[in-house]
Design a binder for this molecule. Structure first.
Ligand SMILES: NC(=O)c1ccc[n+]([C@@H]2O[C@H](COP(=O)([O-])OP(=O)(O)OC[C@H]3O[C@@H](n4cnc5c(N)ncnc54)[C@H](OP(=O)(O)O)[C@@H]3O)[C@@H](O)[C@H]2O)c1
Length: 168
């Protein structure tokens, strides 16, 4: 089973503010949905609480060391148990979807990264550890302009999307 990570981060590796995303980019949410659809998605308890409900048409695996429970999700106290659950169910690509804690501790297991870099240099309280791309190969890249309304107000910032695979 391949372990993939999917994350959106700002210019200074920001990923979250007040247990939410610091930006709203509709197209990137659509992209996230398309990539993760019908897969097992693994997240920390805080990220699940920030989303508030299981994401449709995906199997939600939640990591928590406490007594957390919620209907329609699977809760695990260890990463290994969560990996085993997905593997036994025949998953071929498990997605690690955050947050900061989970990205940091699971990074050594990651084989493939789906990265959205956002043109954002504002406030944050959750960060992605800096990635050294020298051991990764870029296999896909797309760029998106900012969306500005008729009053010249930025509706969503510019972003780029890159897919990387770990070099052997
Ligand atoms: N930009 C993005 O793409 C993106 C994606 C996802 C999330 N985020 C942001 O990230 C922030 C949340 O990140 P966070 O670091 O605060 O929280 P988190 O990683 O979502 O969740 C942390 C919790 O997960 C549980 N946990 C962590 N490691 C574990 C392990 N090895 N075994 C069992 N349980 C484990 C613990 O839950 P218990 O306390 O219950 O034990 C811990 O408190 C939010 O701001 C969110 O919006 C951003």
């Amino acid at each position: 089973m391949k372990i993939s990570m999917i994350v959106a981060y700002g210019k200074n590796w920001q990923i979250g503010l007040n247990n939410a995303m610091p930006w709203h980019i509709r197209e990137d949410f659509k992209n996230f949905k398309q990539i993760t659809l019908n897969h097992h998605i693994l997240m920390g308890r805080k990220t699940f609480e920030s989303i508030g409900k299981p994401l449709a048409d995906r199997t939600s695996l939640i990591l928590s060391r406490g007594n957390f429970s919620h209907e329609d999700v699977n809760v695990f106290t260890s990463v290994q148990e969560a990996f085993d659950f997905a593997r036994i169910r025949g998953e071929e690509e498990l997605f690690v979807i955050g947050g900061a804690n989970i990205y940091a501790s699971l990074f050594p297991f990651v084989d493939k990264m789906y990265l959205t870099q956002v043109d954002y240099d504002g406030e944050a309280d959750a960060y992605l550890p800096k990635i050294d791309f020298s051991s990764w190969e870029l296999i896909e890249q797309r760029e998106y302009a900012a969306i500005v309304d008729e009053c010249n107000v930025t509706k969503s910032p510019a972003w780029d999307f890159k897919v990387w695979v770990k070099k052997n």
